[in-house]
Design a protein around this ligand. Structure first.
Ligand code: SF4
Length: 174
């Protein structure tokens, strides 16, 4: 697994101040993708155990962080490795709050309970789902690029068996 970007602090990929890690590799090939270079699974730097522990230590030492965001590429094409990374991170930061970006829909991921993709899904709190659709591009949208994409509360949606949208909660870490 490679990463093609890492921001120790970002306010662009989810609510609050978050660490953002961009995992290389995507096979959705959306027209108008923000960075086609990220489709390549070998792009960027290796995300080996040492690098993972380095980033985890950096997150653990930052009291201002609200959580972590996994973006890409699409982390669900490296689902098993990404889930293992989250487990490792939570050994050090048990309450780590995680947003995940994907070109899959929530329904596609939730439909396969025995899959690595489902294991990654259930480790997150918020999913930004759906491919980027150029015709639906809207720069006024919060944390997403096109209006088909949704911000979804993962635990509540899995529990109820229907999509529960995330909405900004003023003043509370979410
Ligand atoms: S899912 Fe994201 S990274 Fe993948 S092609 Fe679409 S916009 Fe690009």
């Amino acid at each position: 697994m490679n990463i093609c970007g890492y921001y120790p602090e970002s306010i662009n990929e989810g609510e609050g101040l978050r660490s953002s890690i961009f995992l290389s590799g995507c096979k959705h090939y959306c027209k108008g993708c923000f960075s086609a270079r990220t489709w390549n699974f070998d792009y960027g730097e290796p995300f080996d155990k040492n690098r993972q522990l380095e980033i985890i230590a950096e997150m653990a030492a930052n009291p201002l962080l609200d959580g972590l965001t996994l973006a890409g590429g699409d982390p669900f094409f490296s689902a098993a490795e990404a889930a293992a990374f989250l487990d490792l991170a939570r050994e050090k930061i048990p309450e780590l709050h995680v947003w995940i970006y994907t070109g899959y829909t929530f329904e596609q991921l939730a439909a396969k309970p025995d899959s690595a993709e489902y294991e990654l899904l259930r480790r997150g709190q918020v999913l930004v789902d759906g491919r980027f659709v150029q015709e639906l591009r809207d720069v006024s949208l919060l944390y997403r690029g096109s209006s088909n994409q949704r911000l979804i509360r993962i635990p509540e949606s899995l529990e109820r068996g229907e999509v529960i949208l995330w909405e900004r909660t003023v003043g509370l870490p979410v």
